[in-house]
Write a protein that binds this ligand. Structure first.
Ligand code: PHE
Length: 373
């Protein structure tokens, strides 16, 4: 799998009938924002690397150019995602063909790296998910996976059982990372569920008077994953961090679309190695709201609608929200969506917005087969 954008894009064949990757997403393949040292995502990646380099005696192996195209097996089966789990659906995941997806998490690489013999590793990469549209969701974002394997002598000495030992070590590691990035902050642990870890947790931090879920998801790796990959006698922990959400908080970046901006007024505010420089917002241009109501059909999903709108308006769409929803006596359901159009770089003209909205209305009818009201 070639890593730079032009060769990666020409390497992918998209003529499979099951392919659901639109051009807007395809064009992001190989951009690798996380490998740019002057970009907030790259600066954050390097700051996390620094924490792992200075606080642990065993070195973590680092990977940041593993191919984002992975098999269904790597993305789901290898990490024990049940066959009927929603994340496998075409509504949630981008399929290039029936056996190949754009990875929806960096956990897709756990099994192969374990089989290659790595026992401490960090994997950073672009991940892809079909989703709704607002200031914190974008169909391409970046994650960092951490993984650490322990051998019996490590927990034997502690007096704890293997799982409790790994859970405790994991919590210490992420609490330390939170302090490295945010300084002294209040934190709390929430129990959660993932198919590949048990127990599973999320760390929240109290920052600017709010509890934020920015320090990721983690847990003690399911024994089955270790067993299948030649680590029967071990125990391990894993975490997955979403880098955009963290960077938005650390750099005060108000909208996730900005990470993709090529505007000098954005790019030039960041320097390699400088975490936490506060972003000075570009002058805000006014948003323009357009409402659209239609009768939905059984096949309708909000993800399909959002992708269609992004296909027409690109990064000019800021938010799509459902503002009204009712079912009439005949059982027909109507949805009304409000679309916020706004550029971060310039004022949009009425004419331009009307054109976009007209195109959206037309495509909603022709491609989603809904009936406009
Ligand atoms: N892969 C999970 C996700 O993207 C995050 C995760 C990673 C959770 C590792 C637990 C352990 O949602």
């Amino acid at each position: 799998c070639p890593s730079d954008d032009s060769s990666l894009q020409s390497y992918v064949v998209r003529d499979d009938p099951t392919n659901n990757v639109p051009d807007t997403i395809f064009s992001k393949l190989g951009m690798q924002l996380h490998r740019r040292n002057q970009h907030p995502i790259g600066i954050l990646k390097n700051a996390i690397y620094e924490y792992f380099d200075t606080n642990f005696s065993s070195k973590f192996d680092k990977f940041d150019d593993l191919c984002p195209l992975v098999s269904v097996k790597q993305n789901f089966d290898d990490v024990l995602v049940p066959t009927d789990h929603v994340s496998r659906s075409y509504n949630d995941t981008y399929y290039v063909d029936s056996q190949t997806v754009l990875r929806c998490h960096t956990s897709a690489h756990q099994a192969e790296l374990l089989r290659e013999g790595h026992s401490h590793f960090l994997v950073t990469g672009d991940v892809y998910r079909r989703d709704s549209i607002d200031s914190t969701h974008y169909p391409v974002f970046h994650q960092m996976e951490g993984f650490r394997v322990f051998s019996p002598d490590e927990w034997d000495a502690s007096g704890l059982d293997a799982t409790a030992f790994a859970a405790e070590d994991l919590k210490k590691c992420l609490e330390g990372l939170a302090r490295h990035l945010f300084g002294a902050v209040e934190m709390r642990w929430i129990d959660t569920y993932f198919p590949f870890t048990n127990p599973s947790f999320e760390l929240e931090i109290y920052f600017k008077e709010k509890w934020l879920e920015v320090l990721g998801c983690c847990g003690v790796t399911e024994q089955e994953i270790l067993r299948r990959n030649g680590r029967l006698d071990n125990v391990a922990w894993a975490f997955g961090l979403g880098l955009e959400r963290l960077a938005m908080v650390l750099f005060d970046i108000p909208d996730i679309r900005l990470f993709w901006s090529t505007d000098e007024r954005f790019i030039s505010q960041f320097r390699s190695g400088q975490l936490g420089v506060k972003f000075k917002p570009l002058s805000k241009y006014p948003p323009c709201y357009k409402d659209m109501s239609f009768w939905i059909n059984e096949a309708f999903t909000e993800n399909n609608l959002c992708e269609l709108i992004r296909g027409v308006a690109g990064d000019l769409v800021e938010e799509v929200s459902l503002i009204d929803n009712f079912t009439n006596k005949k059982g027909m359901t109507s949805h009304c969506y409000r679309i916020a159009y706004r550029s971060m770089e310039r004022s949009l003209t009425d004419e331009e917005i009307n054109d976009l909205q007209w195109n959206v209305r037309e495509q909603v009818q022709s491609k989603l087969n809904v009936v406009l009201r």
